[in-house]
Design a protein around this ligand. Structure first.
Ligand code: NAD
Ligand code: MG
Length: 395
């Protein structure tokens, strides 16, 4: 068997390292061709020493020089590239078979889009790329003729509950139910959310993840982004995407069929399961995840999402119903708000206020969502507005 050649965008992050963990279990099946990181070049160096990829890419020239020198000292012949354009080139490289999009934020859009256009097998964890790219992104996947495989655990669950033949999806689905854990503040008194620290917000009860998605889980903006992601991945109307809180994170999501039969995918909360499925689809390979033990599992419970506690969730449907491009505005606002919260410049309970105000203030021009440049302009405009709001809300 010729191994599948992988480009892992964001290899030093939580999803990136989980991907390498799965890949390490199947040395005959996969070959690591390219690894990329934004800031943690020490971690990228260690990965390059272990995996000896053909290419590595970092954000800045200074980092590239240091990494290049350290690799040369170790006798490793990985070529080091630099900057956002290098990510685009690696994602579309003719020798790459599959791309893992594990960058966080809209920064992942250009390389993920390049992979889609080049017809790669695209394993998409980077939900923000799809939230920003929307219809344009899905069109790129169709034009490229490749395969888009969801890595977000909820979307992988839906995908696993659907037939392989996509033409059957529409006639089969009544609606889908994305499960949400409710994050660390599901039962906390909402009146005390002003005092939340980054450490508290990042302490997720069931998953260990990057800091941005951890904060998004605490506000449930993560689920809002996932509602938008699901709308595009499965070509559903906004009303066909629903959310239920399921604190144990054992059922990863459900499909409610036309006949009201409900299909669910279950497993321990471990990202290696959706990653392994993305890598091996339509086959299944060992992931390293523990088995579910039904003897000790206990009860699975469900509750509706409370609008007072999690107002951010409801912005998803609002942005989907608003002018095309509005989901890009929401995403940009949220990226700015979360970064400001993590830097101590914005209170936790003001993240929603900032997202709400940016969505109201930045209206996409007609046609903005029809080109990448239009979307990136809109993203930049929303970020500027959101930064102004951070300054005014901090006062
Ligand atoms: P992370 O912060 O742990 O890692 C992010 C990776 O992207 C790092 O390698 C970092 O160097 C790189 N990166 C960051 N900013 C970049 C930029 N501007 N340009 C290029 N590279 C950049 O994040 P994560 O938790 O692994 O999440 C990655 C993506 O996967 C996110 O979109 C997240 O929503 C999604 N996701 C994560 C999980 C999870 O369990 N961690 C689950 C589902 C979906
Ligand atoms: Mg998820």
């Amino acid at each position: 068997m010729t191994p599948t050649r992988l480009c892992i965008l964001g290899s030093t992050g939580s999803v990136g390292t989980n991907t390498l963990d799965v890949v390490a279990r199947h040395p005959q099946r996969y070959e690591v061709f390219a690894l990329t990181a934004h800031s943690r070049t020490d971690a990228l160096l260690a990965q390059c020493l272990a995996w000896r990829p053909r290419y590595a890419a970092v954000a800045e020239a200074q980092q590239a020089r240091q990494l290049g020198a350290a690799l040369a000292d170790a006798g490793v012949r990985t070529e080091v590239l630099v900057g956002p354009q290098a990510l685009v080139e690696l994602a579309a490289h003719p020798e790459v078979d599959a791309v893992m999009g594990a960058i966080v934020g809209a920064a992942g859009l250009p390389p993920c889009l390049a992979a889609a256009r080049a017809g790669k097998r695209l394993l998409l964890a980077n939900k923000e790329a799809l939230v920003v790219g929307g219809a344009l992104f899905m069109q790129a996947v169709r034009d490229g003729g490749g395969l888009l495989l969801p890595i977000d655990s909820e979307h992988s669950a839906i995908f696993q509950c659907l037939p392989e033949d996509r033409d059957q999806w529409a006639s089969r689905i009544d609606h889908i139910l994305l499960t949400a854990s409710g994050g660390p503040f599901r039962t906390r008194d909402p009146a005390t959310l002003a005092e939340v620290t980054p450490e508290q917000a990042c302490a997720h009860p069931n998953w260990v993840m990057g800091r941005k998605i951890s904060v998004d889980s605490a506000t449930m903006m993560n689920k809002a982004l996932e509602v938008i992601e699901a709308r595009w991945l499965f070509d559903l109307s906004p009303a066909q995407v629903r959310v239920v809180i399921h604190p144990q994170s054992i059922i990863h999501s459900m499909v409610v069929c036309r006949d009201h039969s409900v299909l669910a995918q279950l497993g321990t909360p471990d990202m290696r399961v959706p990653i392994a499925y993305g890598l091996s689809f339509p086959q299944r390979i060992e992931s390293g995840a523990a088995q579910l033990d039904f003897a000790t599992l206990g009860a699975l419970s469900f509750e509706p999402a409370d609008e007072r506690r999690f107002p951010g969730l409801f912005l998803a449907w609002e942005a989907l119903e608003a002018a095309p491009g509005s989901t890009a505005v929401l995403n940009a606002a949220n990226e700015v708000a979360v970064a400001a919260f993590l830097d101590g410049r914005l209170r936790f309970d003001r993240i929603h206020a900032l997202n709400r105000a940016t969505l109201d203030a930045v209206l996409p021009e007609p046609g903005a969502a029809q080109s990448v440049d239009g979307l990136l302009d809109l993203d930049a405009r929303a970020r500027r507005r959101a930064e102004e709001l951070v300054r005014s809300l901090a006062r």
